[in-house]
Design a protein around this ligand. Structure first.
Ligand SMILES: Cc1cc2nc3c(=O)[nH]c(=O)nc-3n(C[C@H](O)[C@H](O)[C@H](O)COP(=O)(O)OP(=O)(O)OC[C@H]3O[C@@H](n4cnc5c(N)ncnc54)[C@H](O)[C@@H]3O)c2cc1C
Length: 366
């Protein structure tokens, strides 16, 4: 089934943190923006912990705009000029620039209860305690709780049970696994209020923190007036005289053409489907653009290293077609840009700043 042709001033393909950054900034400046995205973004899989180069003015601009929007949604983040060393769900430490004042562990916190919730596989207290002792000589003590109330289905019952158990602990700081909540930090904030103890959430990938960050970004874009269409994949792009003019979006059996003035490609790297593997080569799945690799580090295998560091070749932020043509109204943003997809564990800061700048480039070609 083919739906009627749609029009938008800017089409952003990819609804991870890069696409949503570009979209929000352009919408803030009064442009009509549509975001399309087709699968879970790497952003939602990440820990949501951001390390920024605060000497870059764009990083400060990104932080001040988005932190204000996150506050409007009840998430209170702060920007620190020197990285804060936070705790991960493995008991290791990770630096971050943006953090919630509510849920921070610091290397000075030695007397810690590490509390697992049976059924929550994000977190193994014995492992965390072992690592904390090994690296910080912290006297962390493992506990397991088996609340009968589910945090998702009966949050009040869950808070009561877990809160009572936390109040019985001698330690004043309790590290808990990330918990689901309808509002940012909802259950952890409630537990903190109820117990009067510092309840700390560790940086945890593939869990609630990344999903929460993704949701905050999506809500921000929506609040700026961005139209977000999920479960649509861009499967083809029509190019005329050095300009992209129309995209074909597919969703199940439906196909739709969208015309635009400017296109932003924020489709992520290999993990998100922005790139694909064909034989031993990493390619653009549309078959339109040149792909190159950047020197990646930390991965011993050269082929894996080059695959993970692959991205679109660009000139002034614009992608180059396989015929060597530079598309004048297309801008690349985030980890689909060569060199920004690696390393996986620390991509967010560089991606966000790149996308913030890409919005400016997109505006120049509008
Ligand atoms: C498991 C994991 C843990 C990580 N942990 C951290 C961390 O702790 N700290 C950190 O800084 N970084 C971390 N990263 C890296 C970080 O998540 C990424 O650098 C960042 O999220 C990339 O953002 P993006 O917007 O460029 O891409 P994504 O967030 O991947 O968004 C791209 C979106 O585009 C969509 N898309 C692709 N092709 C199409 C198409 N043809 N049509 C429509 N949509 C399309 C994809 O489905 C996806 O939704 C982690 C990554 C992973 C995978």
């Amino acid at each position: 089934m083919t739906l009627p042709v749609e029009e938008t001033e800017v089409l952003v393909v990819g609804g991870g943190c890069a696409g949503l950054t570009v979209a929000s900034r352009l919408a803030l400046r009064g442009h009509g923006v549509t975001v399309v995205s087709c699968a879970t973004p790497a952003t939602a899989l990440s820990t949501g912990q951001i390390l920024l180069d605060v000497n870059d003015r764009s990083a400060e601009e990104w932080a001040s705009f988005f932190m204000a929007q996150f506050r409007r949604q009840g998430a209170y983040y702060e920007l620190s000029r020197t990285p804060i060393i936070g705790l991960t769900n493995l008991g290791t430490t990770a630096p971050r620039s943006i953090s919630s004042p509510l849920f921070d562990w610091t290397a000075q916190d030695k007397n810690v209860a590490v509390v697992g919730i049976v059924g929550n596989d994000d977190f193994y207290p014995d492992l965390v305690c072992h690592e904390l002792y090994r690296t910080h000589r912290a006297k962390a003590k493992p506990y397991w709780l088996t609340p009968s109330a589910s945090p998702e289905l009966d949050s009040e019952g869950f808070i009561e049970e877990v809160g009572d158990a936390l109040m019985d602990l001698p330690e004043s700081i309790a590290v808990l696994p990330p918990l689901p909540s309808r509002t940012p930090y909802g259950l952890l904030a409630e537990l903190r209020k109820r117990t009067g103890r510092r309840v700390v959430e560790p940086a945890t990938p593939l869990s609630w923190p990344g999903r929460r960050f993704q949701r905050l970004m999506e809500n921000t874009a929506a609040m700026m007036g961005v139209r977000i269409l999920k479960d649509r994949r861009m499967v083809a792009l029509r190019i005329e005289k050095g300009r992209a003019v129309e995209a074909t979006l597919s969703s199940g059996a439906r196909a739709q053409e969208v015309r635009f003035n400017t296109l932003v490609l924020a489709t992520g790297g290999l993990i998100s489907g922005g790139l694909a593997v064909k034989g031993t080569e990493v390619v653009d799945p549309l078959g339109l653009f040149q792909v190159e690799t950047a020197p990646g580090n930390g991965i011993a295998s050269p082929s894996l290293r080059s695959a993970l560091s692959a991205g679109l070749s660009t000139h002034h932020g614009r992608p180059i077609t396989r015929q060597g043509e530079e598309l004048t109204n297309v801008v690349v943003a985030g980890s689909i840009h060569c060199g920004l997809s690696h390393p996986l564990g620390q991509g967010l800061g560089a991606v966000l700043v790149h996308a913030w700048k890409a919005a400016q480039r997109a505006e120049e070609v509008l």
